[in-house]
Design a protein around this ligand. Structure first.
Ligand code: IMP
Length: 177
């Protein structure tokens, strides 16, 4: 049975404001440069589409798909690339665009993997970051919102491939996790 949506965490207006703020920061920081946004599929596709259209410096995008082994709602840290980038990132200013950073294990893997490809610079932009103890130490330069340790869906984020299309971000009921 699909779990219930329990609580609205971020309204469409709040998300829009947060994405604007990130786009402004990125546009200022990368003035005079070109950026390659690397979206992490599938969750980041909605966020990347909105973010990219608000950034005012030249932008290219590419996508990577990874699978993290673990339970339905928790990552184990073992990551496999399911779809690699089409582009060569060497010499480019890369920003990894993530929907949510939970334990940070997926991101830590992606950072190591990207750095080995020799980009000119590498940063991370995550819409959401969960505030949990014992998170992997990853430096996330651009964070939209910090949220408590609850399982959230909407705006690209799923539960078993459901709810990605919600225009807001909501918490699922505890008994569904
Ligand atoms: P991490 O490796 O624990 O940081 O997990 C990161 C990935 O797990 C994200 O890119 C999401 O795909 C997924 N994830 C973590 N927390 C949530 C959540 O609350 N809702 C939906 N997906 C999540």
């Amino acid at each position: 049975m699909a779990p219930r949506i329990e609580k609205m965490m971020l309204t469409p207006e709040e998300i829009r404001e947060g994405v604007w703020r990130l786009a402004r920061q990125i546009s200022t920081d990368y003035e005079g440069k070109e950026i390659l946004l690397v979206g992490v599929l599938k969750g980041a596709f909605v966020f990347l589409a909105d973010l990219a259209r608000l950034i005012t410096v030249p932008v290219q995008f590419d996508f990577i798909a990874v699978s993290s082994y673990g339970s339905a709602t928790k990552t184990s840290g073992v990551v496999r690339i399911k779809k690699d980038l089409d582009m060569d990132v060497r010499g480019k200013h890369v920003i990894i665009v993530e929907d949510i950073v939970d334990t940070g294990l997926t991101l830590a893997y992606l950072m190591r993997n990207m750095l080995a490809r020799g980009p000119a610079s590498l940063e991370v932009c995550a819409l959401l970051e969960k505030e949990i103890p014992g998170k992997s130490e990853v430096n996330i330069k651009y964070v939209g919102f910090k949220i408590p340790d609850v399982f959230v869906v909407g705006y690209g984020l799923d539960w078993a491939e459901n709810y990605r299309n919600l225009p807001y971000i909501a918490a699922l009921s505890k008994d569904s996790q």
